[in-house]
Design a binder for this molecule. Structure first.
Ligand code: FPP
Length: 246
C-alpha cells in the first residue's frame, strides 16, 4: 500500500466518542457544480441546500453538539440579483420546512448575523425558528446569514468601548468580548471545513477560529457527502493540537 493510501485509510477512521464539539463549514462550490453540468448557478445552490439538509441529519446522528454553516456573507449581496434572491428563497423554503420538523427531529437552529436587511418574511421565519429552538435541548445548527467575521468583531468592539466608557473596567477581556459575539455561549470551532478547492477563510468565524484546524478539499459542496465529513473528522482526530504550547 502506498503511503498516501495508508494515510487516507487511517484518516478515515473516526472515533465517534471523541468528536470535536463544533464543526464549521464554508459551503463553497455550488456555482461550479452547476456550471460543470451546464446548469444555471442557482441550480447549484438548490443542490447545496439539499446537501446541507443531509449533512445536518448526519451530524445529529453521529452525536455532534454543534454545526455552524456559512450560508450568506455580508459580501454576498454583491452577487447578481437573481442569485441573491434564489439563495433567499431557498433559505425561506428550508426554514419553512424546519419549523415543522425541527422539534420532532431534535435539531435546534440559531442565526449568526445581522437580520436587518433581510426580507420581513425571512425575519419572521427566523423568529419562529428561534422560539422553537428555545423549547428543547440537543444538537444545534448555527446558520450564518448576512454574517461577516469583521463585522462581528467590530460590533463587539463598539459594545465593549461603550461598556468601558460607562465605567466597566472589565469590558475588554477575551471573555467579555466573546460574549458580545453572535456566538455568545457557544464553543469555538475545533474543525473548519472548506470544500470547493479554495484555501481561504473568507471572513468566516475570524475570532472564534483562532485555534481551529482547517481542512480543505477540492470536492464541491453539493458533492460533499457524510463519508467526506467522516474523512475530515478522522483527519482532525490525527492532528496534534498544541494551542501555542509545545
Ligand atoms: C458558495 O458557493 C455558496 C453560497 C454563497 C451560498 C450557500 C447557500 C446555500 C447552500 C443555500 C441555502 C442554505 C441553507 C442553509 C438552506 P459559490 O456560489 O461561491 O460556488 P462557486 O465558488 O463555485 O461559484
Amino acid at each position: 500500500m502506498k503511503w498516501f493510501q495508508k494515510k487516507k485509510m487511517e484518516a478515515g477512521k473516526v472515533d465517534f466518542q471523541n468528536l470535536p464539539r463544533l464543526i464549521g463549514i464554508i459551503m463553497d462550490g455550488n456555482g461550479r457544480w452547476a456550471q460543470r453540468r451546464g446548469l444555471p448557478r442557482t441550480a447549484g445552490h438548490a443542490q447545496g441546500a439539499e446537501n446541507f439538509r443531509s449533512i445536518v441529519y448526519y451530524c445529529r446522528d453521529i452525536g455532534l453538539e454543534y454545526l455552524t454553516v456559512y450560508a450568506f456573507s455580508t459580501e454576498n449581496w454583491k452577487r447578481p440579483q437573481n442569485e441573491v434572491s434564489t439563495i433567499m428563497s431557498l433559505l425561506e423554503k428550508y426554514l419553512y420546512e424546519a419549523i415543522d420538523t425541527m422539534e420532532r427531529d431534535h435539531i435546534r437552529m440559531v442565526f449568526f448575523g445581522d437580520p436587518a436587511p433581510l426580507s420581513p418574511k425571512l425575519k419572521k421565519l427566523m423568529e419562529e425558528t428561534d422560539e422553537i429552538t428555545d423549547r428543547f435541548e440537543g444538537f444545534q445548527v448555527n446558520v450564518c446569514l448576512n454574517y461577516g467575521g469583521r463585522d462581528e468583531i467590530l460590533r463587539a468592539a463598539k459594545k465593549s468601548a461603550e461598556a468601558y466608557a460607562a465605567g466597566d473596567e472589565n469590558a475588554i477581556t477575551e471573555e467579555a468580548f466573546s460574549n458580545r459575539m453572535w456566538s455568545k455561549g457557544i464553543p469555538d470551532p475545533e474543525l473548519i471545513i472548506r470544500p470547493g478547492g479554495e484555501k481561504r477563510v473568507s471572513n468566516f468565524l475570524l475570532w472564534q477560529g483562532a485555534y481551529a484546524e482547517y481542512y480543505f478539499t477540492d470536492t464541491l459542496w453539493p458533492d460533499f457527502k457524510p463519508a467526506d465529513l467522516a474523512e475530515a473528522i478522522g483527519w482532525y482526530q490525527h492532528r496534534d493540537r498544541r494551542f501555542g504550547g509545545v
